[in-house]
Ligand binder design. Structure first.
Ligand code: SF4
Ligand code: MSK
Length: 658
């Protein structure tokens, strides 16, 4: 039964207009205040961020400390052991990279575990949905495929990809995808990743008290670790999920809280690993469970996604999506959610209390992630339906016993999602000559100014969705094609930019391309591990030719304007290491004008990588990104708009030479 909701009197008043531009979330925040329910928005409003922590000017790596340095006078003192501000910041940054990389690579390992069990015939509930991709991927990383059975190729693929984690010495398989000159830079600097387990282990060792105490050397290992995520664990997660569950193709889908249905049993899946959600899709389609729902008086079972679990499922199956990270508590305030199943990453502990207030059943499912106060039903891939059926059954019971009034914001937006890099290839080049050539041509002729990846979380320290939306609007207005993942994708989808008609918001060049191809100016490519799709797309642009020899030459930039997680730092750093100028918003965990700051924001670019940037304001962020894109256009000699010409490889080579 629902716990009695008591009004809290001590909450500092939250200015809802300043908290979010998501109307559904705002409506639910008003209801929360009426109901006396607290959310992360309220807690962020009353909890002042620790200024020393925000600057990363403290260290608690040993019990001689914790040591606090002064961000206003960074070289005025050192830690008890003598560690300088640069060592302390670089170590803290490195540990964020290591944790973020661990999260993505462990997610990828889970997908690989499922794949192995499917291939060995031990898991029957999942199958290989995309054997064409399996074969193409195997071939790409050097596995013989001619005349062989899919099962045999799959076994070899498993063994090969396992090296992404366990390889002690030598390069991991996906290094074969990296443009030659980019790989050369990494080899020169000694940062080509070995297996992620080794890189993360070494990173943790080197940041122990009294080990690596030179910020440049620490950053070198941060780079290697981040690359073992982006071109390793995350890429495995994306590719194996596509092979098992299908490679996304464009699909029309709804987003926002209006996806909930008052007269149906509403089940939300939130987290990251797609296997839980895929099994839930089977459960909600089971005639026995549908009958149980109708017997309980419901019109049916309504399955909805949130956060990155939702981003995976909207891309692959067009499953409706109720909202991003900062809406996961507020969606429960509707009273319409009968069960929420969660797995790993970005799951607020605060969900327990909100769920309790509205009688929503909250279930943890992953052995890695229990939450005190939530019921745990372990998800086991050998018998996945046991867990997901049980969640649906309990959701039906909750539906039957609903007592509190339900209030669902009548807001939802339709858009097109599911632009895998394979589909972008096909969309631009056609079935028989799928290629990124038309994209490169349109960049060379100036219709498209460049490409931006806008990704990452939402964060209650900034107005939810606002920075994402304003930044992307500004970029497309200036003819920059935007690729998106994760919570950022949902921000823009809610704002209506995933409709092809949103092309009218783009500059004339980008608009023309969008209208010709029939695509929106903003392409959603999936969840946060699917940032690997952006890496693959960028690598493909280099390989097609005409835009330089390495990823650092591309007129491209990245941003995570409302980031909050350590995974975002790992993502940011693997983009920087791959050659991309990457701008973060909210706050940056470094004291400005230190040597470490200079190293990340300038030094890395000087030796062939990309570089970090920071801006809070979306227009300033867009300005920085566009200035960088223009700088790269100039270096390529394509800074003047050209008439569209058909180019062959030798034209492209001439262009490079010019
Ligand atoms: Fe302080 Fe050094 Fe220990 Fe860190 S490692 S807590 S700086 S003494
Ligand atoms: S869920 S990491 S809040 S994108 Fe991937 Fe969203 Fe950021 Fe989590």
């Amino acid at each position: 039964m629902e716990k009695e909701i008591k009004k809290k009197k001590d909450t500092k008043v939250l200015d809802i207009k300043e908290a979010t531009i998501c109307e559904a979330t705002a409506q639910m925040l008003k209801k929360a205040e009426k109901d006396g329910v607290e959310t992360a928005f309220h807690r962020a409003n009353t909890m002042k961020a620790c200024p020393i922590g925000a600057d990363s000017a403290c260290c608690k790596h040993c019990s001689m400390g914790p040591c606090r340095l002064n961000a206003k006078d960074p070289y005025g003192k050192v830690g008890v052991c003598g560690a300088t501000i640069d060592t302390i910041q670089a170590r803290n940054f490195a540990r964020m990279v290591a944790t973020g990389a661990a999260a993505h690579t462990d997610h990828g390992m889970s997908m690989l575990d499922v794949f192995r069990e499917v291939v060995n015939g031990n898991v029957k509930d999942y199958t290989i949905k995309d054997p064409i991709k399996l074969e193409a991927l195997a071939k790409e990383i050097g596995i013989e495929v001619e005349g062989r059975e899919t099962e045999d190729i799959a076994k070899d693929l498993y063994k090969e990809l396992e090296r992404t984690y366990t390889q002690v010495e030598g390069e991991i398989p996906f290094m074969k995808r990296v443009p030659e000159k980019t790989l050369e830079t990494w080899r020169k600097h000694g940062v080509v990743p070995r297996g992620a387990m080794r890189e993360i282990m070494e990173m943790m060792h080197r940041t122990h008290m009294g080990v690596d105490q030179h910020y440049e050397n620490i950053t070198k290992q941060s780079t290697r670790t981040a690359l073992s995520d982006g071109w390793g664990g995350s890429m495995v997660a994306t590719e194996i999920s596509d092979i098992l569950f299908g490679t996304p193709t464009p699909v029309r889908a709804d987003v926002d809280m209006g996806c909930l249905k008052e007269d149906q049993v509403n089940v939300i899946i939130h987290g990251h690993e797609p296997n839980l959600f895929e099994s839930m899709l089977d459960s909600v389609s089971d005639p026995t469970l549908i009958k149980a729902a109708t017997d309980a008086g419901a019109e049916g079972i309504n399955l909805v996604g949130m956060c990155c679990s939702g981003a995976e499922m909207i891309s692959r199956h067009g499953i409706p999506h109720a909202g991003n990270f900062m809406s996961t508590e507020t969606v429960l305030i509707t009273g319409a959610v009968d069960a929420m199943g969660v797995d790993v990453q970005c799951i607020k502990q605060g969900l327990v209390k909100v769920a309790e207030c509205y009688g929503t059943k909250l279930f943890t499912t992953n052995p890695r992630a229990h939450i005190e106060g939530a019921e745990h039903i372990e998800f086991e891939e050998h018998e996945p339906r046991k867990c997901t059926d049980a969640i649906v059954e309990m959701a039906i019971v909750r539906f039957k016993n609903r007592t509190l009034p339900v209030e669902i914001p009548n807001i939802k937006t339709t858009g097109i999602h599911g632009f895998s890099h394979e589909y972008i290839n096909y969309m631009l080049g056609g079935t028989f000559r799928g290629s990124y050539t038309p994209l490169n041509d349109n960049i060379i002729n100036g219709r498209i100014r460049g490409v931006a990846g806008v990704v990452g979380c939402t964060n209650p320290r900034v107005k939810q969705d606002y920075v994402h939306v304003e930044l992307v609007k500004e970029l497309i207005k200036k003819d920059v094609l935007v690729l998106q993942t994760g919570c950022s994708q949902i921000s823009l989808a809610k704002a209506g930019l995933y409709k092809p008609e949103a092309a009218h918001l783009a500059g004339s060049g980008l608009r023309e391309v969008c209208e010709t191809v029939g695509m929106p100016p903003v392409l959603g490519v999936g969840s946060c591990v699917d940032n690997s799709r952006i890496l693959i797309a960028a690598a493909e642009m280099v390989k097609v030719g005409g835009l330089g020899d390495c990823m650092a030459d591309l007129p491209a930039a990245g941003a995570a304007p409302e980031w909050m997680s350590e995974k975002a730092i790992s993502i940011g750093h693997y983009f920087v290491a791959s050659g991309v100028y990457t701008v973060f918003g909210v706050t940056f965990p470094i004291v400005e004008e230190t040597k470490f700051h200079k190293h990340l924001f300038e030094g890395l670019e000087e030796v062939g990588y990309g570089k970090w940037g920071f801006a809070k304001d979306p227009r300033e962020m867009a300005r920085l990104m566009i200035a960088h894109i223009d700088k790269k256009r100039k270096a390529l000699g394509i800074d003047k708009a050209r008439e569209r010409v058909l180019m062959d490889m030798s034209d492209r080579r001439d262009l490079k030479a010019a």
